[in-house]
Write a protein that binds this ligand. Structure first.
Ligand code: ATP
Ligand code: MG
Ligand code: MG
Ligand code: MG
Length: 472
């Protein structure tokens, strides 16, 4: 019998409980830490302890943490393993155990408790971390040919440009052991998936970039629940696990589709809807409201993207309530507060969706005109093209991000002049630099920019001001 998502979560938490860890609540998606916009990892609530700014209440803790990583938004529905919203299981040591025990327990949990075959696991260590490599080799008996050394990018973990950090060791699952070890790369996501990261948190990066040792050696780990479910439930991506598939199925039903026989494009849209629906429900539950700045802006963009994707699949009626109800029905083990907040969540999402719907309808009419005009001018060039100016008007006045215009146009074999769009965007920015305070909510690119900024998670100041226009 394959383990359910709920069973995996419980096995993780009770395994660490049995090894002296206190089971604690995950934190809100709205972090206490002012340097990040949204909670991106389980360690965030413990940052003051790692930094020695707050006393530890227990030596060891284990949690399941709701996370939102907007920095992964481009990957949603594209990779099999990324979400904006996901659940991170974690075990933490506050100056208690360190590398040896962390590695030993992670190995035992993965192979014995979760039953992942040892021969399917690959491990990465930081290239300069001889100690971790030695522990895997000598203590665990892990074979050298599946132990990979990686550099700063992958195996030195930090929650942001400053703050606690350290070398890490990651566990990967191999979907294709028959391909052999020679020339294998952990970057190859058609073969490998990272599922567990052990961070040996012993340094603090200062504003000048230098590393200073922390007073204590700590352990911070993260295991992606949806990824482990993907592995153990033997499905091709996180979306087809029992943690998310019911939401995808609700989206498919709204669109009159059957997920399994839908086209790749339709499946991607359904996955985006399944992903974003979770993110927006948990964000509203934790007290985020749609707005034009900060996390409210992230929420609004995720809501609009969900609705846009649904419309592209032909959903005519309101969809967020049905999606939210499915999300709420799945939420108990992750966060019991969600069910308690269900009425407020559904009302807030429905209100925002309704607000968006009227602009959308007008935009769709305009888009149709633009596409018909482009199609009728086809004679003048090799392919029909929507001008940059027209794409910009759709974006500026009706809230159609460029990617959506492109997608709809492509369905009719029509191109969009993206360079022209960028030029319009730049010239408008010059025109309205003075008026920058009245933020353009529809900024398609702001999302990408925001994602990049979020990736760096330096948000001091940004929290208090309006979102900058892209590139300004
Ligand atoms: P990847 O390299 O696959 O993007 P990561 O190295 O960025 O993952 P970590 O920061 O190490 O991830 O986070 C710890 C764990 O959380 C990962 O090993 C993974 O299981 C899970 N995780 C990270 N990002 C996501 C995401 N966007 N969606 C789902 N799970 C995630
Ligand atoms: Mg990542
Ligand atoms: Mg990684
Ligand atoms: Mg990692």
């Amino acid at each position: 019998p394959r383990l359910s998502g709920a069973e995996i979560r419980e096995k993780f938490l009770s395994f660490y409980e049995g090894r002296g860890h206190t089971r604690m609540q995950g934190a809100s998606l709205i972090p206490a830490d002012p340097t990040v916009l949204l909670t991106i990892a389980g360690m965030l609530q413990f940052k003051p302890i790692f930094l020695g700014q707050a006393p530890r209440s227990v030596p060891r803790a284990t949690t399941t943490q709701k996370c939102v990583r907007v920095s992964d938004i481009e990957n949603i529905g594209v990779t099999a393993r990324h979400h904006t919203f996901f659940e991170m299981l974690g075990n933490f040591s506050f100056g208690d155990y360190f590398k040896a025990e962390a590695i030993q327990m992670a190995w035992e949990l993965s192979t014995k408790v979760l039953g992942i075959p040892a021969s399917r696991i690959w491990v990465s260590v930081y290239e300069q971390d001889e100690e971790a490599a030695g522990l895997w080799r000598d203590m665990v008996g892990f074979p050298a040919e599946r132990l990979v050394r990686l550099g700063d990018e992958d195996n030195f973990w930090a929650s942001g440009p400053t703050g606690p950090c350290g070398p890490c060791s990651e566990l990967y699952y191999d979907f294709h052991p028959e391909r052999g070890t020679a020339g294998a790369s952990l970057e190859d996501d058609s073969r490998f998936i990272e599922f567990y990261n052990l961070v040996f948190m012993e340094s603090n990066r200062g504003p000048d970039g230098s590393l200073a040792p922390l007073a204590n050696k700590n352990i911070d780990t993260g295991m992606g629940l949806e990824r482990v479910a993907q592995i153990l439930q033997r499905v091709p991506n996180n979306y087809e696990t029992d943690l998310i598939f019911p939401i995808v199925a609700t989206a498919a039903k709204l669109a009159g589709l059957d997920y399994h026989s839908a086209s790749a494009r339709e499946q991607t849209a359904l996955k985006v809807m399944g992903d974003h629906a979770r993110a927006v429900v948990y964000m509203v539950s934790d007290g985020v409201s749609p707005s034009n700045i900060g996390r409210g802006y992230v929420l609004r963009r995720l809501i609009r993207r969900t609705v846009m994707k649904g419309r592209l699949l032909g959903v005519k009626e309101a969809m967020l309530s049905a999606l939210a109800e499915t999300v709420i029905g799945l939420s108990e083990g992750c966060d019991p507060a969600v069910a308690k907040n269900s009425q407020r969540i559904i009302a807030e999402l429905a209100r925002e969706e309704e607000k968006f719907a009227s602009t959308l309808e007008a935009g769709e009419k305009r888009l149709n005109q633009v596409l018909e005009a482009a199609a009728s001018q086809k004679g003048q060039g090799p392919t029909a093209t929507v001008s940059g100016a027209a794409a910009f008007e759709l974006y500026d006045t009706y809230g159609f991000p460029l990617e959506i215009t492109q997608e709809i146009a492509a369905e009719r074999g029509i191109q969009v002049d993206a360079a022209g769009f960028e030029a319009e965007m730049a010239s408008q920015k010059n025109r309205s630099r003075e008026a920058a305070r009245s933020i353009d909510m529809t900024a398609g690119h702001a999302l990408g920019d925001l994602a990049q900024q979020l990736g760096r998670t330096s948000f001091i100041g940004y929290e208090h001001g309006p979102l900058r226009s892209p590139g300004s």
